[in-house]
Design a protein around this ligand. Structure first.
Ligand code: ATP
Ligand code: MG
Length: 339
């Protein structure tokens, strides 16, 4: 169930601090005055927590895609408003500070998975949200159609080779979730996997959800924190973006005819996405269903979820022991004594 919509304020995580500012706690119908620009890092963290929670799904039971409006922008009304720009800018620099601690502490790894229909803005969201962070601590992997070698292995194999190392952020642009999306929508893709007949049952998708849940729990038990993003674009907005890619020569390279073909399976994809979120949203590895008709808002919401996640890990720079402090003092003396 989408907590933000159906269970705001009564989610299972009772330890979560309440949003500090009353403006941010209240629902945000359009008629309400906007909250003031964010003043401090604490306010920013509260705002990130609130925004992330609105779109987070930790318990998939009863989740309905139609409850999330792709055109929504929470309380941020327009890209041009100073508020929106400031929130993204400050969010990205906060994220950079948190990533620096993640890297220095070298205990946790963070895996961010992005799934969406074509032209929903996966690439742009990844680019913008990660723009301020140290490239050494971050790696992006794109998963396209599987190779012959991939098809000769179990379905998690190729992604498991690219898991982030401790202290790093790993980004999957598509992932093993394609195995319950495109492979479900096009049955010939499942045939290509040459599974033993007795393993291709009516329950195959439910079995895959269970396998994914177990795998993500295993990752979490090993300090790899998993967060999944579905960028939810409307069919109408996808059409507009496709036309823009066709009409604007600078964007022609982004368009492929297969993208338009997949659009023909919209309903089947939406059913597969909804089912997938129902079957794989967990407390430890939640989905964020992010409205994606406004790119600027998508980026803010994704940044908020990443900030909220990193902030929840209690990151800190490693403490320096007595010996190390003595060594630093000795080296300092030696450097100062240099002629
Ligand atoms: P962009 O279009 O922005 O470059 P993209 O992620 O859409 O990014 P494409 O090369 O257009 O990249 O598409 C990759 C294709 O590979 C998608 O249609 C996706 O569904 C497909 N794909 C990914 N994983 C699998 C899989 N496990 N089995 C079958 N098809 C897959
Ligand atoms: Mg594509």
């Amino acid at each position: 169930m989408n907590e933000g919509i159906a269970r705001e304020g009564q989610g299972p995580n009772t330890s979560e601090p309440k949003a500090a500012s009353p403006e941010l706690q209240a629902p945000h119908p359009r008629s309400r005055p906007q909250p003031p620009a964010l003043a401090s890092r604490g306010d920013l963290k509260d705002a990130a927590r609130r925004l992330a929670k609105k779109y987070r799904v930790r318990d998939g039971k009863g989740f309905r895609l139609k409850d999330v409006d792709p055109g929504e922008t929470a309380w941020l009304e327009s890209e041009d408003k100073q508020d929106a720009k400031q929130v993204l800018q400050e969010g990205v620099s906060l994220l950079a500070r948190l990533q620096d601690m993640l890297y220095a502490q070298d205990r946790w790894a963070l895996l961010l998975i992005f799934q969406a229909m074509d032209a929903a803005g996966k690439d742009g969201a990844i680019k913008h949200v990660m723009s301020g962070i140290n490239p050494q601590g971050c790696q992006v992997f794109s998963f396209k159609a599987p190779s012959a070698e991939d098809l000769d292995h179990d379905f998690l194999w190729r992604c498991s080779k690219d898991m982030p190392e401790r202290g790093r952020i790993g980004i999957f642009n598509r992932s093993y979730y394609e195995e319950v999306l495109v492979v479900r929508v096009h049955s010939n893709l499942l045939e290509k996997q040459r599974l033993p007949e007795e393993r291709v049952t009516k329950r195959i998708w439910k079995d895959r959800y269970r396998d994914i849940r177990s795998y993500e729990r295993y990752l979490d038990n090993n300090g790899v924190v998993v967060r999944k993003f579905f960028l939810h674009v409307s069919r109408k907005e996808q059409k507009r973006r496709f036309l823009e890619r066709i009409d604007n020569p600078a964007k022609n390279w982004k368009f492929s005819a297969t993208d338009a073909q997949e659009r023909g399976y919209w309903k089947q994809y939406m059913t597969a996405y909804e089912d997938m979120i129902r079957g794989t949203a967990t407390k430890r590895a939640p989905w964020y269903v992010i409205p994606a008709d406004n790119k600027w808002f998508t980026r803010i919401a994704v940044a908020a979820a990443v900030v909220e996640t990193l902030d929840s890990l209690g990151l800190a720079y490693p403490e320096v022991g007595k010996e190390k402090l003595a060594e630093l003092a000795r080296t300092r003396r030696a450097l100062m004594a240099e002629k």
